[in-house]
Design a protein around this ligand. Structure first.
Ligand code: G6P
Length: 609
């Protein structure tokens, strides 16, 4: 959701924070702001609605230099998108500024109490109630450290806060159920805090993941840059530290017009490196540990694209391993009082490892005594830290808000686990078979990427249409759901994913010449799927078929036919059909001129319920 960055050190902190915020803009981009202590020792604040560029334009001609700064990119929850509601929120009189990520569930109550105490609010946000609490406690004689602790104790819900104190230039941060990471570069005497390790890449050489309710104190004292405290004020050891392995390449977009396109094109290379990781590299150990977990039933919880990856993975586990699977959207699972058995295994799939609902589902399973396994991209994320075993998908940083490469890597990681379980462990034979398959998959995807212009031409014919039905059967059904999601997300076009056989039970009423059916056809249930397309064709729907090559009937029935080579790789074909969907959505969005990498209303990492 919102992105947070704080920096303290000899460099100009405002520059470091703005650079960090730019990297995190994909997390939220309704508005942005910074607060810092100027060289003349004033607490300054600039905040602007809209993209970070607006904020940068506002301050670029000002002669700003600061030794301590906090900043924020917002994804609005409480209060509209306005300059006033943007973070930071500050109290000039007391020299305090703060930023927040999350939702303060008792904000209404707190606001009422604080208003009675004479504290005035300048915004409509829930976040400002935390500032109100800080003011209240400082007024009542608490020092800033205790004020942060006492204010935090009053907050309900999941949140992370970062507070800047003018008097000492210190920064405090604390969180519960929301991501927060600290970083340090001892040589440069720099300390940082952020909602995402990506903001710290290339600056901090060591990163620290505090647990919930641990107060992090960033200080300017050279010998004592970073300290952790419990809520009773005593020193805390509840954090994990590691060397920062993430690098940041500022030219990461390369020649690609959008991150999304770049990430689509990265897929073949990532498949090859995942193969290497699990078959020859460090991944082997976690794979073996995953095989040893109990798995009477498999509960799969995830959100968005990761959930659809879970549906494909379900198919592998049921068809290959005959393990009963219960995939469920995490936001439903967590409140459904699900039937859980200690012999079951809970699998969580997430790119960020920070999605609030997925984390809540994990906590529920943990409390019920289940072992938990993650398929996750972000090493060190909350999900990664909380699960018993983690299978990394090694997709690298995914910047495009619409997830692409993470989906492919998630599905393939699930497929690898299913194969190893079936084989009762990894041996040379399995290694060779899977390596060959995955290499072929990478090649097939490369072939499709080379056909991007052909897919673009189809997009050029259909982008004005008013509604899309993606249909598929069996394992292509989740791919239909994912295809429709991609289009909705980045092109703002109404699209639905449907099991091809189900369309006639209602949605077919919507079909007319304005609607497009993107029909995903595999070798399985071929004739039945073709019949389903006929039903749409008879109602004048426009047909785009992605299906086996060399099929006369498909050519005749389709307005646009994208032939696919399935030979020798039927089982992994959902993954390359999905790449056609990714490119189709990309090109349609491009024709429509939307903001592809940062689509409206969305955020990359949803850290609120
Ligand atoms: C957000 C993103 C989606 C993503 C979903 C789950 O909605 O916009 O692209 O699929 O969250 O995120 P996760 O990080 O848990 O995979």
């Amino acid at each position: 959701m919102c992105g947070i960055v704080g920096h303290l050190g000899p460099k100009n902190s405002v520059d470091v924070v703005l650079e960090g915020l730019k990297r995190l803009e994909y997390r939220g981009y309704d508005s942005a702001g910074v607060s810092f202590i100027s060289s003349s020792n004033d607490l300054m604040m600039y905040k602007k609605k809209g993209k970070i560029e607006n904020l940068i334009n506002e301050i670029k001609d000002k002669d700003i230099s600061a030794r301590s700064c906090i900043g924020h990119t917002r994804w609005a929850t409480h209060g509209g998108v306005t300059d006033n509601n943007a973070h930071p929120h500050i109290c000039e009189e007391m020299g305090i500024a703060m930023v927040h990520n999350g939702i303060i569930e008792n904000a209404g109550e707190l606001r009422e109490f604080l208003t009675k105490e004479g504290i005035q609010f300048k915004s409509e946000t829930d976040s400002e109630t935390f500032l109100g609490l800080l003011i209240y406690h400082v007024r009542n004689g608490k020092n800033i450290k205790d004020a942060v602790i006492e204010s935090f104790k009053k907050i309900h819900g999941f949140s992370a806060f970062v507070v800047l104190n003018k008097e000492t230039s210190e920064i405090f941060s604390i969180k519960k159920g929301a991501p927060l990471v600290c970083g340090m570069n001892e040589v440069n005497s720099e300390v940082l805090v952020s909602s995402d390790p990506y903001a710290l890449a290339g600056i901090a050489d060591k990163i620290y993941f505090p647990e919930d309710e641990v107060l992090c104190h960033l200080s300017a004292a050279n010998s004592n840059l970073l300290n952790f405290y419990e809520l009773d004020g005593t020193k805390s050891k509840r954090y994990m530290s590691k060397k920062q392995s993430m690098t940041h390449d500022p030219a990461a977009k390369g020649d690609f017009e959008h991150y999304m396109l770049k990430e689509i094109y990265e897929q073949p290379e990532l498949i090859r490196s995942l193969t290497q990781f699990y078959f020859q590299g460090e991944g082997k150990e976690s794979l073996e540990a995953a095989v040893d977990l109990p798995r009477k039933n498999l509960h799969i919880s995830a959100c968005g694209t990761a959930y659809y990856a879970g549906l494909v993975i379900k198919d592998f586990f049921e068809q290959i391993n005959r393990i009963p699977c219960r995939p469920e959207i995490a936001s439903e699972f967590r409140y459904r009082n699900p039937i859980l058995d200690k012999e079951d295994l809970a699998l969580f799939i997430s790119q960020s490892g920070e999605t609030a609902d997925t984390l809540a589902a994990q906590e529920l399973c943990k409390k019920s005594g289940l072992k938990s396994l993650s398929i996750v991209n972000t090493e060190g994320s909350t999900l990664y830290r909380d699960c018993d075993v983690n299978l990394l998908i090694r997709a690298g940083v995914e910047i495009g808000v619409a997830s692409t490469k993470a989906f492919t890597q998630q599905v393939l990681t699930g497929r690898t686990l299913s194969a190893v379980i079936q084989n009762k462990g990894m041996d040379d034979n399995l290694r060779n078979t899977l390596s060959q398959k995955y290499t072929l998959l990478a090649e097939r995807i490369e072939e499709l990427l080379d056909r991007s212009d052909e897919i673009k031409a189809v997009a050029g014919e259909i982008y004005r249409n008013k509604g899309f039905f993606y249909t598929g059967r069996g394992v292509y059904y989740p791919i239909a759901l994912e295809g429709a999601l991609k289009l909705k997300e980045i092109a703002y076009v109404h699209a639905e994913g449907y099991a091809a056989g189900e369309l006639k039970h209602g949605p077919i009423a919507l079909i007319d010449e304005e609607k497009v059916n993107v029909a995903l056809v595999g070798p399985e249930l071929y004739e039945k799927t073709v019949s389903n397309i006929q039903e749409i064709k008879a109602r004048k729907g426009k047909i785009v078929t992605i299906g086996p090559e060399g099929k006369k009937d498909l050519e005749e029935i389709s307005d646009y036919y994208i032939p696919i080579n399935f030979d020798g790789l039927e089982e992994l074909s959902p993954l390359y059909i999905n790449v056609v969907n990714q490119l189709l959505a990309y090109h349609i969005a491009k024709f429509l001129g939307t903001d592809i990498d940062k689509p409206r209303n969305l955020a990359k990492s949803v850290t609120v319920e």
